[in-house]
Design a protein around this ligand. Structure first.
Ligand code: HEC
Length: 145
């Protein structure tokens, strides 16, 4: 069987599982967890690069672009009924305030993406601060300690 065929068979299997409800909100909670871990991984890689602990300056934009892409889909990570793990109920009780945190994250991620593309150290330095603040701003209010 070629790769594409076996991949689509696997996907079909997953879709079937989801439609029978076997994944349900546990799937949403796990998906959020893996996605946040991915964001966190890119962030830690960025810090290693900026501290010059690794010689990979040319990877900076890749990580910045990935976080900007993740920020764009971040609103999808918190569907109604996906309470659980460290996500506080306030997320669904104060949707307007929560949406502002999502927007702040999106703007900060776009700003960092631009800064990384510019290659200018001072711009990158201030943009990473803004990005870090946007993570912390949301975690302080909406993530269990
Ligand atoms: C709009 C809110 C919000 C923003 C912005 C945000 N996070 Fe999160 N993050 C959360 C919530 C809520 C959780 C807990 C999710 C859960 O337990 O289901 C979380 C969890 C995490 C986790 C732990 C993984 C897990 O699910 O246990 C990491 C790592 C993380 N975030 C990194 C980041 C980084 C890095 C940024 C910024 C680049 C960021 N987050 C931006 C809300 C946010």
């Amino acid at each position: 069987m070629n790769l594409l065929k076996s991949m689509s068979a696997t996907l079909l299997g997953l879709v079937t599982l989801a439609s029978t409800g076997a994944l349900g909100s546990e799937g949403d909670v796990d998906y959020r967890h893996y996605s946040m871990e991915a964001i966190g991984g890119h962030m830690q890689a960025i810090v290693k690069i900026l501290r010059q602990e690794v010689p990979h300056n040319e990877h900076l934009s890749l990580h910045a672009n990935a976080i900007a892409d993740m920020a764009r889909i971040a609103p999808d990570l918190f569907p109604e009924g996906s309470q659980g793990r460290e996500a506080l109920p306030a997320i669904w009780e104060q949707p307007e305030d929560f949406a502002e945190h999502l927007d702040a994250f999106h703007s900060a991620a776009e700003a960092f993406k631009k800064a990384a593309a510019s290659g200018d150290a001072a711009t990158i330095g201030s943009a990473i601060g803004g990005l870090g603040q946007s993570c912390k701003g949301c975690h302080d209010s909406y993530r269990e300690e």
